[in-house]
Design a protein around this ligand. Structure first.
Ligand SMILES: [Ca+2]
Ligand SMILES: [Ca+2]
Ligand SMILES: [Ca+2]
Ligand SMILES: [Ca+2]
Length: 409
């Protein structure tokens, strides 16, 4: 400062004035910074316990007042002092204390150490890294701090786009995001130009999978076991859930080819209808698959033909009473309707006309009885025939006709 006609002093620039209200002559000159009564400028000087600037030994032969990080004096001086005619190489403390540290010379006798630390940036909320969501909106919260000169600006970028100021110093929201992968980056820059970043990459998926396809068992199948496996295809890696009506009966994950299977056990005899739904990693659920209807019948299947286990009169018998009935006893229960005059017959040997008779069947004894209408002729040979028309309860026919002879007395 120096005297100036009409004013008490004028500026040579590079002053910090906490409150310039009511003064004149230096405001706005050559790098001056000044505050006001309502908005005083904090020079951020090292202070003593009373808050007064602290002149102390900060190194070198001369006591100085240290600048604190973020002081407006930092890098706010004129680099012209580095060259002729001043040629300053150190601050007022002398050797070991360069005049310029950081971007520019500081205002004052004390050159603050350069800020070489990058700001620390942390994303504290929002979609997690590598996560998948079915929301097309995202809001990230973050913090930024800096040791040294302090945070100058916080900027945000989506999907490698250019950085621009974030919504606030601690949050950023996006909406109408397209399906696919996105990357959010927040970048903090300190007053020395150091930059720190933090990023999150996540995937937006708002598209539901197509419904699964049930491939096995085939629709309409009858199963003879209460345990069986339902299998099919779905969107690869989706979660597949099988329902009977609205009740879940099993859940699994489709493999990377989309194949899945769910084993059921303890299924009651009767008709059952199943549908499957697929849910993707983002939580989108498909519509239901086409239904699978099947029947469970655990009653053992009879594939064995019946046999005639005994006959009366016995084969080759002689001296048989002419009032005899003829019976055939079967190895198992028979279908009563299959036992009649057309499947159980008696002939006089050598004739082809069956004798008149009634035929009945006892389901408890598994026995067919042929009762001739009239007494048989004496001393006559008869042929009895049970044809392959007779069937067991399951419908299996006698494998071959049973034929035997007897002779009356
Ligand atoms: Ca500096
Ligand atoms: Ca820093
Ligand atoms: Ca999807
Ligand atoms: Ca049988």
């Amino acid at each position: 400062m120096s005297s100036y006609p009409g004013f008490p002093f004028t500026s040579h620039g590079n002053n910090l004035i906490g409150n310039a209200d009511g003064s004149a002559g230096f405001e706005g000159q050559f790098g001056d910074q000044f505050g006001s009564t309502s908005n005083p400028l904090d020079p951020k000087l090292q202070t003593d316990s009373n808050g007064n600037p602290l002149l102390q030994d900060n190194g070198g032969p001369t006591q100085t007042i240290a600048l604190l990080p973020g002081s407006p004096a930092v890098d706010a001086g004129s680099d012209s002092v580095l060259s002729s005619p001043y040629n300053l190489t150190t601050d007022q403390r002398g050797a070991g204390f360069p005049r310029k540290q950081g971007a520019h010379v500081d205002i004052g006798a004390f050159e603050a150490p350069a800020d070489t630390t990058t700001p620390t940036v942390s994303i504290t909320s929002g979609p997690a890294d590598s996560s998948t969501t079915n929301s097309s909106s995202a809001t990230f919260g973050f913090t930024a701090s800096d040791t040294g000169t302090g945070v100058q600006s916080v900027e945000c970028s989506l999907d490698s786009g250019s950085f621009s100021p974030c919504d606030t110093q601690s949050s950023q929201s996006y909406s109408n995001l397209s399906d696919g992968q996105h990357t959010f980056t927040v970048r903090a820059t300190d007053k020395a130009g150091n930059q720190g970043t933090a990023s999150r990459t996540w995937t937006v998926d708002t598209t539901a999978p197509g419904p699964p396809v049930i491939k096995s068992p085939s629709n309409g199948a009858t199963l003879n076991s209460s345990s069986f496996t339902v299998s099919g295809t779905a969107e690869p890696n989706s979660s597949v859930e099988l329902f009977e009506g609205s009740s879940s009966v099993g859940k699994t994950q489709a493999d990377s080819s989309g194949n899945w299977s769910i084993s059921l056990s303890g299924v009651a005899d009767g008709s059952h209808t199943y549908t499957a739904k697929a849910t993707d990693a983002a939580g989108n659920t498909s519509s239901a698959s086409s239904p699978l209807t099947l029947t469970v019948n655990t009653t053992p299947v009879d594939n064995t033909p019946p046999t005639v286990s005994s006959v009366v009169p016995a084969s080759g018998a002689t001296g048989v009473s002419s009032s005899t009935n003829v019976t055939a006893t079967f190895s198992e229960a028979m279908k009563a309707s299959s036992i009649s005059r057309s499947t159980f017959k008696l002939y006089r040997a050598g004739t082809t006309t069956a004798v008149g008779a009634t035929v009945s069947y006892s389901s408890t004894a598994h026995k067919a009885t042929l009762n001739p209408t009239n007494n048989l002729k004496a001393r006559t040979r008869y042929k009895a025939v049970v044809t392959t028309g007779v069937q067991d309860v399951a419908g299996n026919h006698l494998a071959q006709s049973k034929v035997w002879y007897f002779t009356t007395k």
